[in-house]
Design a binder for this molecule. Sequence first.
Ligand SMILES: [Zn+2]
Length: 452
Amino acid sequence: MPYDDGHGGFERASRTAHTYTVVRALAERAEFYVPVEHLADTQWLAGKIKKRSELVPDGAAATLSHAIAVDGSRMVVEARAGLPSVRYGYVQAGAVYLDLGALETQRQERFVDPVVLHQAARRALVALDLPTAGAYTRQGIDIKQSWREAVFDLFQRKRVEVNGLNQTLLELLYLLHGTPDRPASTIPVDCVACPQKNIAVEPTGTTCPACSAEVVPIDKLRLTEDVTDEGTNELPLTRLMQIVELLVVIGLMTLLWRSARNSYLPKTLFIVDGPLAAQGVTAPLKTPTLAFIQSMTQPGTLGPFICGVEKSSEFVDFAEAMARYDVLEPGQLLVIDDEVIAHVTNNPNPKNYGQATYWGRKFIYRATDGRVLVVTIPPATGTPYSKQGGRPEPQHYPTMPAILDVIDRTGSTMYLNALVPIALAHGTAAYPIGVGTDVLKLVAQQKLGMAQ
Ligand SMILES: [Zn+2]
């Protein structure tokens, strides 16, 4: 709304009022260093670039026939217009099981037919919802306690049901801390009320031996550390989504381990949307996840095959710059060692990178059709990142040639720098904009007893 200027007209913002800001900002721009834009001298990268064809380990590389992609979505809605402090959150995760043969048949056609692709993919879904701010599971508790109770309740009730896998999220959390054959009977959890660490917690919960506070298994997830009284609490909802994605992956891998260990499991690539990392407060899940995946490796065979594909990060920008200047050619892989990490993240201590959170190691791969992807892959043994430098060399990743082969085979002009299985999984998990959001608001009103 313009102000009256006292002469019967309106005061208007000067057309050139922004100029000073722009000139100042431009003048100061040189003070910033954007590592991913600095590719002028690329000689230092030359020794780190490998051809895909050089990576084949002893014997023939496995050829995979199926891919399972997992993707999650989350959304926070205002329960009612005019009451912005009350927010309701939704999380869901979808998975598609895709026959790569059917996909390749489609690629030979001039256009990929989404209908045929969807028919080739079978889906699984799990969905949860909870009040994220301004509404509580009961009277007289704060928002952190409300989150604790809501998430514990959801983990006990919500199941991932697909082809004989019928497990609650809580059962999957105990599975993750055990082995593919036997879930853990307790998980080590830190008390949220006192400094007591590593309390053995059964699925029903326990009391802290030091302070007698209640300890529940979902305290392991540390979600409430990110829950605040102010704001919409989208960050803990994002962490919850990432945990659900991880548990869906673990559940589906276990399903194949138990039912098709020698048939489908060694022929299937699991693809996660995003890096293989337990980020932020969920970092304590990194070590059990890596141990669980590595425990599925059988003597004399490769696998299990799993990779993460990053959508946005400094490494993705760096990868795209490398492709733009053809520093990385189709069919080539960049090994991301300490020198590359130091360059891309502008971090003088690259050995600290990733060690607390990543259960896979990053590589940049340029597919034979020119797409460029940042993938993370778990090593067969050991940890991908560590204070000692971790395992940057491709020989620690015997599953890599088969994974890169699937990346080459699942390209599509429909999706820039993406993989068809991920795009399909996203299609099952994403919340539609517009009408979908309105419906979620109505559902939130119903659940909060605010319906008019
Ligand atoms: Zn305690």
